[in-house]
Design a protein around this ligand. Sequence first.
Ligand code: NAD
Length: 489
Amino acid sequence: MTDIAYREHDVNNNRQESMSFLEGVERMVDRATLVAGLDPDTAKVIKACDAVIQIKFPVRIRHSVKVFTGWWAVHSTHRLPAKGGLRFARHVNQDETEALAALMSYKCAITDIPFGGAKGGLRIDCARYSVDEMREITRRFAQELARRGFINPATNVPAPDMGTSYREMSWIADTYKTLFPEDVNQDACVTGKAVERGGIPGRTEATGKGVQYALQEFFRHPEELSKSGLDDGLAGQRVVIQGLGNVGYHAAKFLSEEDKVKIIAIIERDGVVLNEDGLNVHDVRQHLAETGGVKGFPGGEYSEHGADALEMDCDILIPAALESQIHAGNAMHIKARLIVEAANGPVTYEADEILRDRGVVILPDIYANAGGVTVSYFEWTRNLSHMRFGRLQRRFDELRGMTYLGALENMTEKQAPPGLRTEIVRGASELDLVRSGLDDTMRSTFQEIRDTIKRNPAINDYRTAAYVIAIRKLAQSYYDLGLVAPPTE
Ligand code: NAD
């Protein structure tokens, strides 16, 4: 049986936070500004959200009119389009939307994705509406945003986030097309679409895949690994994951199936399911889809105390649900040696300070979950080029592979084994190219984070390093535009 220590939690899950999500993100920028020796006025410009719109729109549902509230926040436009996920959830508000838009700016900057940062949100309890009603609500919201220029291939491009998927993105793309049929780049107005509706293979699972690549990269560097005190190799690491939605499911699936980590706990809205021998992620997801929760899953032990499981004994904790899950009230009790922030903002500013003091290593959100926007960038580029990646060179690469193979077999007078033969002559599929670009982004970004720490002895954590890189790049852009003083090295 797996141990969870049950502590008394108040209704707010013992949160003792003194600042909002947005204030927490701004404090992280302030911390990095100090370390980077950046002009505080430049930091003010970087932190400011350029624009935010609140939209209230009516939809007739089951013979009565309901008025919905949504937001689109544009944090930075030094590069265009501004890019960000569209969140559909009950708790959505302006503070959260602005905080998430700011994270998008920093995320795009550290991964060298030439986008500004934005975020959208609709306050809605999706479970209360049928598919037809959701389609109507989404289309109305998209219409309101698009006719004001807040959905547009050149300026504002949403993507899936919590509560939305390829389904909503395809509805939004279709709404945009009916409004602007003459726009030749209409497919690029939104990313994360279904593949058959202009999407790209590999986008659905991109964020979870990126989490896997980030972890693989971390485990490639013994000196980084030693900071966490974890053993060599991902195989056998005991992982707790919170949230088995798009990001959590794909991260858990790839890590357990390909890297052989043991998923010993999955925390969902209704509690946690535990199995010290490792849970079958696919089966838990199936159970979740059928019943709406993890309770009653036959392959593990159930407890209703989901929040307590964040504190259970494990090697790696992957929060992949909501923000502010690890806070001043529980940070002292976290036992994981490594936290991988698959969600946006799962660790509050105050918790981050506590965890840093305790030596817990954190792969921060603006790096760890950047896989989604990375592949969105590929999708947007593909939509603008009106051609799938690899179309021109795939058969050429195959021919070249066959030529190499023929030459090799002639010279050695031996035949290559069939598996190797297939690999050598195979031209890359579009999914191969997407995965390769994603892996490269996650590796090179981590290396830049490491280099920043090596060059600056005042930095000893990945989050501060990631923010330093991001704000330096943003400061340089704003300086190039004549908006701020020259950045110092
Ligand atoms: P999702 O809606 O697909 O999944 C969220 C999951 O979390 C659901 O299974 C839900 O039941 C669960 N959940 C909700 N509240 C919970 C709670 N209190 N305790 C435990 N589980 C809870 O959303 P997603 O797209 O997987 O996004 C998850 C996080 O990842 C968000 O912070 C989002 O901003 C971030 N993110 C998503 C993407 C993306 O491409 N979808 C990209 C980058 C970051």
